[in-house]
Ligand binder design. Structure first.
Ligand SMILES: Cc1cc2nc3c(=O)[nH]c(=O)nc-3n(C[C@H](O)[C@H](O)[C@H](O)COP(=O)(O)OP(=O)(O)OC[C@H]3O[C@@H](n4cnc5c(N)ncnc54)[C@H](O)[C@@H]3O)c2cc1C
Length: 287
């Protein structure tokens, strides 16, 4: 049962939503509500006002003239999957692999996932890997923040209390690069223990972003031999050792210890890199 007497608001424009958030110190945004509603029911969160994003027109995906993909904060995972031709392949893959079944995929929003900033999740890593920029509206105005600066700590972002995330922009370059994405989890319905997104900006470089195993997404840049087609066993071992030596803080929760996550993060990373190399070969073959 929800113990707090909460006033529900469904504003139809962003300025009204921002006013509501600024006027009430315990006001909270609600996107899909898949996190918020259970927290209200179990009494962990008790906002006096809920500001729903549903009627704000933030459920659209738009490809700009320069190829930048802009995704509204209220776009659901299902909508991301359905718009496969418009959204970056990496994001489409992440969205279709979200566990929790159709209920979660139809209801949960990309904005809610970003703002919740659960380390053991997919969206923070995907957004950092894609060089995404997040647009925040507040009483002080509008600002954009790079995804790499947005995720500051477990369950903490650089959004201020009364700011509303309205959209996420992904630059065209990031969309076109060959990529790989691996998510390791205990069972079909469980949250991830380690994820890794690999992106190849050019044949000599790889950007690995590791998440779920770390408190916030960690980016590691690797030099690549342009002739490499897949990772040989000694290269796999070298990449894993490099990750192990580079990352010093590992995330843990009831699903997995820090030591276990540390162990499997390297597995996720090398598989993601191999997948990206395979995609690069396939793209090369298409040309
Ligand atoms: C069974 C289950 C399985 C799941 N599996 C996965 C998984 O495999 N991978 C994964 O990544 N995630 C997984 N999730 C988490 C899922 O991604 C989150 O439930 C979801 O992202 C939250 O989105 P929402 O729109 O429902 O957020 P809400 O519950 O609406 O909001 C979450 C938080 O974000 C804030 N917020 C929401 N929208 C905005 C906004 N526009 N501006 C500012 N603040 C905002 C809210 O105030 C709240 O603090 C799972 C969840 C469940 C319940």
């Amino acid at each position: 049962m929800i113990g707090t007497r909460t006033v529900y608001h469904e504003p139809t424009d962003i300025a009204a939503a921002v006013d509501l958030l600024a006027a009430n110190s315990t006001a909270m945004v609600i996107g899909g509500g898949t996190i918020t509603m259970p927290r209200l029911s179990d009494g962990q969160w008790h906002p006096e006002h809920l500001v729903d994003t549903t009627a704000l027109g933030l459920d659209r995906i738009h490809v700009e003239y320069d190829g930048t993909v802009t995704i509204g904060a209220a776009v659901t995972y299902s909508k991301l999957s359905a718009a496969a031709s418009a959204v970056p392949g990496l994001l489409g893959l992440v969205a279709s692999g979200i566990t929790g079944g159709p209920q979660i995929r139809n209801q949960a929003t990309i904005g809610g996932a970003a703002c919740y900033a659960n380390p053991a999740s997919d969206i923070p890593t995907a957004l950092v890997a894609l060089d995404a920029r997040l647009t925040l509206h507040g009483h002080q105005g509008v600002r954009t923040v790079a995804a790499s600066d947005f995720f500051q700590a477990p369950f903490r972002t650089s959004a201020h209390r009364a700011e509303l995330l309205t959209g996420i922009a992904i630059p065209a370059g990031a969309t076109a690069n060959p990529f790989g994405y691996i998510k390791l989890k205990r069972s079909e319905s469980s949250w991830p223990l380690a994820v890794c997104a690999a992106r190849l900006p050019d044949p000599t470089r790889c950007t690995l972003v590791i998440g779920a195993a770390t408190p916030t997404p960690i980016t590691i840049d690797l030099a690549l031999d342009p002739e490499i087609e897949h990772l040989a066993p000694e290269q796999t071992a070298a990449v894993r050792d490099h990750i192990d030596a580079t990352i010093d803080t590992w995330w843990f929760d009831e699903l997995g210890t820090a030591a276990y996550r540390r162990h499997i993060a390297g597995v996720a990373a090398t598989r993601a890199l191999d997948q990206a190399l395979r995609r690069a070969r396939a793209q090369g073959g298409d040309q």
